[in-house]
Design a binder for this molecule. Structure first.
Ligand SMILES: Cc1cc2nc3c(=O)[nH]c(=O)nc-3n(C[C@H](O)[C@H](O)[C@H](O)COP(=O)(O)O)c2cc1C
Length: 179
């Protein structure tokens, strides 16, 4: 799969088979997460990999109704901001760096035939606090997102590409009213 096919063919997958994800593929996915651009190269993130079914279930419940796909996933990866590494002059960049890490992992998984869905945590305080309690996190580790990974269930294979291009969103050379 070339990179354009990977980007334009990816869809969120929310139902998975019971097939496990190998350690080698997990390493490839994590490596992709750590390969994106990062403001001043601070790399202010860390990751919690979870395969334990009971913990996946508790993570899902802590993240609310929209996180239930995690219960059927082969594994989940929580992306966390590491505030001890955040750029002191603009610490909010950690959110952007975390998002890039999440998307890179999603695309790497897609390239390996593994489906995934991004489950948002930050900036919803109740979700952040629930994950903090579950993992007994220090103040400096801020839950950003959870990505559920697994091989797509039959019903989730070949979901139609969304065809992302929208003419009205693009301005050439200067900003022009489009409405
Ligand atoms: C910040 C963020 C938070 C999201 N949170 C959830 C979520 O909690 N549950 C879920 O099922 N999908 C979640 N998604 C996935 C979106 O619903 C999905 O990307 C969107 O509907 C477009 O569908 P597609 O990914 O198949 O193109 C989230 C995506 C992003 C970027």
């Amino acid at each position: 799969m070339n990179i354009i096919e990977a980007i334009s063919g990816r869809r969120s997958v929310r139902r998975f088979t019971s097939r496990p994800i190998s350690d080698g593929d997990l390493h490839t996915i994590l490596c992709a997460g750590m390969s994106g651009p990062s403001a001043v190269n601070a790399r202010p993130w860390s990751f919690i990999v979870v395969r334990d079914r009971d913990t996946l279930s508790r993570m899902a419940d802590g993240n609310g109704a929209a996180a239930q796909p995690l219960k059927g996933a082969a594994l989940g990866i929580m992306v966390l901001g590491d505030m001890t590494r955040a750029f002191e002059r603009a610490p909010d960049y950690w959110v952007i760096d975390g998002s890039i890490a999440a998307q890179n992992m999603i695309l790497a998984a897609h390239g390996l035939g593994i489906g995934s869905v991004w489950l948002g945590t930050w900036p919803q305080k109740e979700k952040i606090d629930a994950q903090r309690r579950l993992f007994e996190l220090p103040e400096s580790a801020v839950p950003h997102s959870i990505i559920a990974f697994g091989y797509p269930d039959e019903s989730q294979k070949d979901l139609p590409a969304r065809g992302g291009y929208e003419e009205g969103r693009v301005h050439f050379e200067k900003w022009t009213r489009k409405d």
